[in-house]
Design a binder for this molecule. Structure first.
Ligand code: NAD
Ligand code: UGA
Length: 461
């Protein structure tokens, strides 16, 4: 199909977990638009153009294969695609800053700034520039300052369109979103740009699900949505600690509380703590923002969500240590699951990283199994004293182990032959179910000493 047959050209800068899947969905739903995803990483772009995509996400392969080469393209020609594009999504990474002012809290905006400069340098026609990355409030002001600096007289309109998809369910979240949020400046030009983006989403999203707000509200809403979700996880994990002390059961409490329709049942699963590339980073950014505006009590409130999460991981390690006679030296622990959640190979900020490091510090021997995250796990633990073994076979990981620690609730772990696992382990055999994923009574009957989260242990000792 010739380029002239497309109504508009969309370019997405950043071919990561967000850029790749979002653009695959847009290209499928909007055959009249040409969609090109660009990145500085040749390796990533090559993978997007191959049969082996750079990320594992259910349903993604189909969506990509359906339109790749028709109206979906992956390229490293960033400058050429910017020059040619009408609508430019910016979807580069915005990690927590690790140096200088704001280190450990503020977002590192170097990739955003590089992108803004590149857009400016390569634009000779008007562009709508869309913040898809998660950014601090008023980031659009900085973008505008760069884009409109110097001699360049090209028109740029900036919109905020944060992404709410979760990994593992990215495709269904994008194809059937709860809402699409578009923030724009309250000016006639801002309205026109906003309507252009609304038109894209209206190809498959009902108009009443497309929320339009002021730009700063949209930027802030993204941080707040993640903070609220993470706060629920920390709330239930804090109650799990109370349950462990009192012999109440956290799943029963979560059910009783969550059935109040004002509270709702979702995001009330106690576990080893939340992970992933965004919850911690976005809350830290909210904390930084509050501190900047001298809202110290608010900063402290949100910071406590992270503190509870950190303590939850440490509590899990302590439970292992206490149960296993206060020493792990030379004991083998099989770690079931390393990804920060099931259905993804992503291990960014996974609780497993912290927990495995702590187990190694206690001089345990660990054998890690995961269906998709072993390559990342190897990198995450590279160079750590004590080393770790890695295998995709759970039975292999458990052979000769003193304990199993389940850290990711992969479906396949439910269906394993736990009698076979028990028979292959050292006795007494322990199982620490960090996600309350397994049938605890059954495991106890087999002979395991079972330690769930937020519930009394079932032990033979
Ligand atoms: P990612 O690290 O997977 O992908 C970012 C990509 O941007 C990388 O491939 C990198 O090479 C590329 N990049 C960096 N600088 C570039 C430049 N100057 N020019 C071209 N390419 C460049 O990150 P991600 O997980 O896709 O997240 C992207 C943004 O979306 C972040 O702000 C994140 O907070 C937000 N977000 C992520 C998720 C998620 O589930 N991962 C969900 C919602 C929002
Ligand atoms: C989260 C949000 O859910 C998305 O809306 C958002 O777009 C995304 O962050 C982002 O900005 O990156 P994601 O991190 O992919 O998505 O995964 P979640 O399903 O939110 O899970 C995050 C962590 O919380 C996981 O480690 C998960 O195991 C944990 N969790 C979640 C619990 O421990 N209990 C729960 O009840 C729910």
């Amino acid at each position: 199909m010739g380029r002239e047959q497309f109504v508009k050209k969309i370019v997405c800068i950043g071919a990561g977990y967000v850029g790749g899947p979002t653009m695959a969905v847009i290209a499928n739903k909007c055959p009249d638009y040409k969609v090109t995803v660009v990145d500085i990483s040749q390796e990533r772009i090559d993978a997007w153009n191959s049969d082996s995509l750079p990320i594992f996400e259910p349903g993604l392969q189909d969506r990509v294969e359906n339109v790749r080469g028709k109206n979906l393209f992956f390229s490293t020609d960033i400058d050429g695609e910017i020059a040619d594009g009408d609508i430019i999504f910016v979807s580069v990474n915005t990690p927590t800053k690790t140096f200088g002012k704001g280190a450990g809290k503020a977002l590192d905006l170097q990739f955003i700034e590089q992108t803004a400069r590149r857009i400016k340098e390569n634009s000779t026609s008007p562009k709508i520039v869309i913040e898809k990355s998660t950014l601090p409030v008023r980031a659009a002001e900085t973008m505008a300052a760069i884009l409109h600096s110097g001699e360049n007289s090209v028109r740029f309109d900036i919109l905020s369109n944060p992404e709410f998809m979760a990994e593992g369910t990215a495709i269904q979240d994008m194809e059937n979103p709860d809402r699409i949020l578009i923030g724009s400046h309250d000016t006639p030009e801002g309205d026109t740009a906003r309507d252009e983006l609304v038109k894209v989403y209206e190809n498959w999203v009902p108009r009443e699900k497309i929320i339009t707000t002021k730009l700063w509200s949209s930027e802030l809403s993204k941080l707040v949505a993640n903070a609220f979700l993470a706060q629920r996880v920390s709330s239930i994990n804090s109650i799990a600690a109370v349950c462990e002390a009192t012999e109440a059961e956290v799943t029963e409490v979560a059910d009783a509380v969550g059935r109040d329709s004002r509270i709702g049942a979702k995001f009330l699963k106690a576990g080893v703590g939340f992970g992933g590339s965004c919850f911690r980073k976005d809350i830290l950014n909210l904390v930084y923002l509050c501190e900047h505006y001298k809202l110290d009590d608010i900063a402290q409130f949100w910071n406590s969500v992270i503190e509870v999460n950190d303590n939850q991981m440490e509590r899990f390690v302590n439970r292992i240590l206490q149960a296993m006679f206060r020493t792990l030296v030379d004991k083998k622990i099989a770690v079931f699951g390393f990804a920060f959640k099931p259905d993804t190979g992503d291990t960014r900020d996974a609780p497993a990283i912290y927990i495995c490091k702590r187990l190694l510090e206690e001089r345990a021997r660990i054998s890690i199994t995961d269906p998709h995250a072993i390559p990342s796990a190897r990198k995450d633990l590279a160079g750590i004293d004590g080393g770790a073994e890695f295998t995709e076979a759970p039975y292999e990981a458990a052979k000769g182990a003193h304990a199993v620690a389940l850290l990711t609730e992969w479906d396949e772990y439910k269906d394993l032959d736990y009698q076979k696992i028990y028979d292959s382990m050292s006795k007494p055999a322990f199982i620490f179910d960090g996600r309350n994923h397994l049938d605890h009574e059954k495991l106890f009957d087999i002979g395991f000493n079972v330690y769930p989260v937020g519930k009394p242990a079932l032990t033979h000792i």
